[in-house]
Design a protein around this ligand. Structure first.
Ligand SMILES: C[S@@+](CC[C@H](N)C(=O)[O-])C[C@H]1O[C@@H](n2cnc3c(N)ncnc32)[C@H](O)[C@@H]1O
Length: 250
């Protein structure tokens, strides 16, 4: 684990919230989504279409599940770097990598994990072919800074891939889903992780995000083009992919 750039007070606070649930985070994720989160990550990797030798940065990597999904999806990936401002999450990602590699998984993929604020990293400009982020942009204190940082770090022609929660657009499905989301998820998440506040935050942040942010246009504003959005599982989650143009005019 290395440290890349600084983490400010707000970052430290949010990092502490995620750090507090880190050891139960994976279990809570898989139970609350009934395991569908694996399929979402797999679909997002297919949409991002990593190629041989690609250098990938997974922002807000948490315990590394999206980074591992990329390693599974493209065994010839050049290098995968995961970064997150929670040292506890980063430590777990490193432990999982060692466990996988002892079992012979992802042996050929070079991986490293760094503690940093993803909205202001110290990586060199244009040093990645793909920048990914799962369930992270919603939590960024400054979304536009985060998206601009993704753009800065990508080589021209490189791709961004963002997986994030959303709410179903279909009124019937939404009416059935919202009570689960509002009442059951925080209780179940609290029981599993021991932190009810963190899962109340999750439910509230998704509702706020869905009301206030249109990610496609935010990606455009940050300079990405050919942006495609694909809703998953009735729109409970959405993958956005886009590209950094080769020239300023394209
Ligand atoms: C909901 S978790 C997602 C983890 C992982 N990507 C996944 O798919 O399970 C969100 C993560 O984003 C991190 N995070 C939020 N804002 C961040 C920022 N500005 N810089 C670095 N990490 C951030 C949190 O520490 C947390 O680990």
């Amino acid at each position: 684990m290395t440290k890349n750039g600084g983490v400010d007070d707000k970052g430290r606070q949010l990092g502490a919230v995620f750090g507090g649930i880190a050891s139960r985070y994976d279990l809570a994720n898989h139970v609350l989504s009934c395991g569908v989160d694996f399929c979402w990550r797999r679909t997002a990797v297919v949409m991002a279409a990593p190629g041989t030798g690609d250098r990938l940065l997974d922002m807000c990597c948490g315990t590394g599940d999206f980074a591992f999904a990329f390693a599974r999806g493209c065994a010839d990936t050049g290098r995968i770097t995961g970064c997150d401002f929670s040292p506890e999450m980063i430590e777990l990602a490193g432990t999982k990598e060692s466990r996988f590699k002892r079992r012979g998984k992802y042996a050929a993929v070079d991986m490293d994990w760094q503690v940093c604020d993803c909205t202001a990293t110290e990586f060199e400009s244009e040093s990645f072919d793909i920048v990914s982020c799962a369930f992270g942009v919603r939590n960024m204190a400054d979304l536009s800074a985060g998206l601009k940082e993704m753009h800065r770090l990508l080589r021209p022609g490189g791709g961004v891939c963002i997986l994030e929660f959303s709410l179903p657009k279909n009124a019937v499905i939404r009416a059935a889903y919202l009570p689960y989301f509002r009442w059951i998820l925080p209780v179940l998440g609290g029981l599993i992780s021991g932190d009810y506040g963190a899962y109340r935050y999750l439910a509230e942040s998704v509702r706020r995000w869905d009301r206030q942010v249109y990610l496609g246009s935010e990606l455009h504003k940050a300079g990405f083009r050919e942006v495609v959005a694909r809703p998953l599982t009735f729109g409970i989650a959405t993958v956005h992919v886009g590209h950094k143009p080769h020239t300023l005019n394209s």
